[in-house]
Design a protein. Structure first.
Length: 461
């Protein structure tokens, strides 16, 4: 008879052999290169939820990196599967495990890392920059030595904070680093505060600064405070043919057009809309009032609230196309139009566009039918119309987690929709829709309802 010790040793050996076999089988199953990807007809990209790389807006997938990999997949007739990593360090882990084929997020080019990965695709260069107010008459800083004696606001413990501490030491001291410990302030909040003049300076990555400069016309982002770093996508070392295919696609003229269009869309095309006071003349808000009146009963809303949404989306310009591709009077996304049974061309027709907008509002409103207060239901519906219902549900979950009322918008859910721009919140496991530029949605609800109040008062005269 075998002794207890012998049986134990044999069992350990068996477990080791089984584990080794499983690992070999797993390795053998890994789609190590491009031919296997083409054969299965699908490519999986892993990225991070950010304002630049990948996000969902109005129920649509968007982002600079997303549009590039989507074009590559389309060129090779591949289905595109997007995986979201929890943080930067997880990107390569997910890649190396075989869960993804390519990292479509800018990874710093490091010669030491080339032993494990292959860099491919468009190479980017980026640095940290000072964001400063730049209206007429402002003194714009052009040299880091001019930062001495200046107040620079930055969130505590971030890489921006660390860089400022290092720069301060390099300059011999004197930078007044205003360390913000509150976790209710986002990087984008600080940039907006620079724009409005509440604070003089903040710091962020150059690509984030470039994107935000399309929202704020009065900021300057030209002063770099760190060396430029080179970045690109990566694939596994065992996927040289995939890297080659991505590089060949990058050099292709059609891909170059996609690249330039994406650059323009996210980093150049202005998203700033100067507020023009809406006018009510003899009780008339717009040339489309009769259409708002006709379709408002479908949702049970005052037609003037529809008019306020339309002004917010288009300033009553029926042929307008926003940076996001939202179209017409009510700002309808092409995919939303298709889902509701309309064509993209029909979205240039005022009546069809208003009809689609009302149908969309009604669909979103049904999601919040259980909220007892009618005004609160309107607020949640407006927020969903701007951001997509998934983001609003995420914010409700966050509000409940942090002891706020998930059925009250102001002072409760709206705070967390704004905080969905920060990784601490949008990477929470209870959030399913990731990053959102939540300040836009926060302001959207306020502005639409304030304008509606104005319309109500002016049309009574």
């Amino acid at each position: 008879m075998k002794t207890t010790l012998q049986r134990f040793v044999l069992s350990i050996i068996c477990v080791c052999l089984l584990t080794a076999c499983k690992n070999r089988n797993k390795d053998a199953e890994l789609p190590t290169d491009f031919p296997q990807i083409v054969e299965r007809g699908e490519i999986t990209a892993v990225t991070l939820n950010t304002s630049v790389s990948y996000f969902r807006y109005k129920e649509q997938q968007m982002g600079y990196e997303y549009e590039l990999i989507a074009d590559f997949a389309k060129k090779h007739n591949l289905r595109l599967n997007i995986k979201i990593a929890e943080n930067l360090s997880r990107l390569e882990e997910i890649l190396q495990s075989g869960e993804a084929d390519v990292v479509t997020y800018p990874i710093k080019i490091d010669n030491n890392a080339e032993r494990n990965v292959i860099y491919c695709g468009h190479e980017q260069q980026s640095s940290m920059v000072i964001v400063q107010h730049a209206s007429r008459g402002d003194t714009v800083l052009t040299d880091v030595t001019q930062l001495i004696g200046r107040e620079i606001y930055v969130m505590h413990g971030t890489r921006y904070h660390e860089r400022l501490l290092s720069l301060d030491a390099e300059l011999g001291g004197g930078i007044r680093i205003m360390d913000i410990a509150k976790d209710t302030i986002t990087t984008e909040d600080l940039i907006e505060m620079v724009s409005t003049g509440e604070i003089p300076y903040t710091v962020c990555e150059q690509n984030v600064a470039r994107l935000n400069s399309t929202y704020y016309h009065n900021i300057n982002i030209g002063l770099e405070i760190s060396f430029k770093q080179r970045y690109s996508w990566i694939v596994r070392k065992s996927s040289p043919l995939l890297a080659q295919a991505i590089d060949e696609w990058t050099a292709d003229k059609t891909a170059e057009q996609t690249y330039r269009a994406a650059m323009k869309r996210y980093f150049e095309l202005s998203k700033y809309s100067a507020e023009i006071k809406p006018l009510v003349v003899n009780g008339q808000i717009s040339p489309f009032d009769s259409l708002f009146r006709r379709y408002a009963p479908r949702i049970g809303w005052d037609w003037k609230l529809l008019a306020s949404i339309s002004y917010q989306e288009s300033h009553f310009e029926p042929s307008i196309v926003a940076w996001s591709s939202a179209r017409g009077l009510m700002g309808i996304m092409p995919a939303t139009a298709e889902y509701l049974g309309f064509t993209t061309v029909e979205m240039n027709e005022p009546e069809k566009n208003i009809q689609a907008g009302v149908d969309c509002l009604k669909r979103f409103g049904q999601r919040f039918a259980a909220i007892p207060d009618s005004l609160e239901r309107i607020k949640f519906t407006l927020a969903s119309y701007n951001a997509g219902v998934g983001h609003i549900i995420d914010a409700q979950r966050l509000a409940e987690k942090y002891g706020k009322n998930p059925e009250i918008w102001h002072g409760n859910v709206d705070e967390f929709i704004r905080l969905k721009a920060e990784p601490q919140y949008y990477t929470d496991s209870i959030c399913k829709f990731g990053y959102l530029r939540g300040t836009e949605t926060y302001n959207y609800v306020i502005e639409v309802l304030e304008r509606y109040d104005y319309y109500q008062k002016e049309t009574r005269r």
